[in-house]
Design a protein around this ligand. Structure first.
Ligand code: NAD
Length: 448
């Protein structure tokens, strides 16, 4: 344990965190809209062409000590994070377009911006993917690995990881691939042994995302999941993560509508305002929208989006306010919008003596612009977790819930969805590992 006793208090020993020296290899599964916006964005920032807006690791500060101490360093100066200059990218996709071609196709960033970065983006060619159309009905992959069993495929991903490891100092893997069909955890997911037998027997319960995750965790590589896929949210993967000190966290980037939900719902609860209905609908026209047009992939996304309100509003504690809530989420594929999603929310609330009111939110957002900084922060923080003895041995990094629609927690523990609790948890974790005092916001000492 990286902790010592100081004046009766446990304080972490920051010197035990390994430095972020050398190159950090980032292996991205799925080089589509989010991934290419992330990679091109990092390169644009490195060249001084743009600012990393939306990234806590790059632009955020963290208060240390008392409010009167005036100590608020940048997060990246406070904790030892990899520098953007040291990130090296590779990845897999079921299409063989390089990152430049894929970014042009995604139509998120302006062609002029991409052209300035062209040689760099063209140099990232996807490796052949592990893919099976059973799990993503709307895609037809051509650039795919062949193997008799899922074990063969996992071994091929391990070989990719090992080859990449020879060129960099540390590696993190992040899933930016498509949303797979909804899969319930089954017997094959309950232990490493059952999972490995399943790989040999081509068990249908093992989706491609789990083959990548298994390969990563087996190699001690941290794994982040940008999609709502089951992937590492099963006992076998948690066990593997802990065994190999390969950190994992929840799933599904919290970007647009759910981000707004996890800001607004805590406000209603804090003021004890009731909610009778919350209708959320989206139109989007990118490839993600096309994949989500398939009911089986939509179900996976729907489960992830629906979970948040129940946990935040706690209807079991506040039956008069939230027991009758009608929560509906719709996603509609509408090609003209491309990546520029529009998310509407109609919220029926009620106040004093039960009088009804309505709130309408119309978020004209850009999906990948919101997701890219999250991908960056998750990669950098998972790498930090891997270098921090106290964190890496824990497997699940609950402090990264801030970024995810479906945070992952220890068995039996309900997830925290409230964005501000998540933000406090994240920053207190950073203070803790660096041996700084936690901030409780009590503040009585200012009035002594
Ligand atoms: N953009 C957001 O705001 C946001 C928010 C939350 C979650 N997500 C999720 O992030 C993921 C990526 O979103 P996107 O907009 O970039 O989608 P996209 O369709 O543009 O990109 C996904 C890429 O993954 C590839 N792919 C699919 N299966 C693969 C496999 N088995 N191996 C390798 N590559 C594979 C596809 O070919 C495609 O290039 C989606 O699952 C989406 O639901 C996005």
């Amino acid at each position: 344990m990286a902790t010592e006793r100081q004046g009766g208090k446990k304080v972490a020993d920051a010197s035990k965190i390994a430095p972020a020296t050398g190159k950090l290899g980032v292996m991205v599964v799925g080089l589509g809209a989010v991934a290419t916006t992330f990679i091109a964005g990092v390169e644009a920032v490195r060249r001084g062409l743009a600012k990393p807006i939306g990234s806590l690791t790059q632009m955020g500060t963290i208060r240390l000590g008392k409010r009167t101490d005036n100590r608020s360093p940048l997060v990246r100066e406070f904790v030892p994070l990899a520098n953007l200059e040291d990130l090296v990218f590779t990845g897999w996709d079921i299409f063989d377009d390089n990152v430049y071609e894929s970014a042009v196709h995604a139509k998120v960033l302006a062609k002029e911006t991409l052209d300035q970065l062209k040689p760099f983006l063209e140099s990232i060619q996807p490796l052949p993917a592990v893919f099976d159309q059973h799990y993503v009905k709307r895609l037809h992959g051509t650039h795919v690995k062949r193997g008799k069993t899922k074990r063969d495929l996992a071994n091929q991903v391990v070989a990719d990881i090992r080859a990449f490891k020879k060129t960099v100092d540390r590696v993190v893997m992040i899933w930016c691939g498509s949303t797979e069909i909804f899969i319930e955890p089954g017997a094959v997911h309950q232990s490493i042994e059952a999972f490995e037998k399943g790989l040999d027997k081509n068990d249908i319960g093992i989706a491609p995302s789990q083959i990548y995750a298994y390969a990563a965790l087996s190699e001690g590589v941290p794994f982040a999941n940008g999609a709502p896929n089951l992937t590492v949210d099963v006992p076998a993967m948690v066990e593997l993560s802990r065994r190999n000190a390969a950190p994992i966290c929840g799933k599904d980037f919290k970007t647009g509508q759910t981000f707004m939900k996890t800001v607004l719902a805590p406000a209603f609860k804090a003021r004890l305002l009731g909610v009778s209905g919350w209708y959320s609908t989206n139109i989007l026209g990118n490839r993600d929208g096309e994949v989500l047009d398939d009911p089986e992939s939509f179900k996976t996304k729907e489960e992830s989006k629906l979970g948040v309100l129940d946990y935040i509003l706690q209807p079991q504690l506040y039956p008069d306010l939230y027991k009758e809530i009608y929560h509906k989420v719709r996603i509609n594929y509408y090609p003209p919008r491309g990546d520029n999603k529009e998310g509407w929310d109609n919220i029926d609330i009620f106040g004093w003596l039960g009088y009804p009111m309505q709130i309408k939110v119309d978020f004209l957002c850009r999906d990948s612009i919101l997701a890219a900084p999250i991908a960056l922060d998750l990669v950098l923080f998972l790498d930090l977790a891997k270098r921090t003895p106290e964190l890496r041995s824990k497997g699940i990094q609950e402090w990264l819930s801030f970024y995810l629609k479906s945070p992952q927690t220890a068995p039996g523990l309900y997830p925290e969805h409230d964005l501000f609790i998540q933000s406090m948890k994240l920053k207190n974790t950073l203070r803790h590992i660096m041996g700084e005092g936690l901030i409780t916001h009590l503040g009585l000492e200012y009035y002594d």
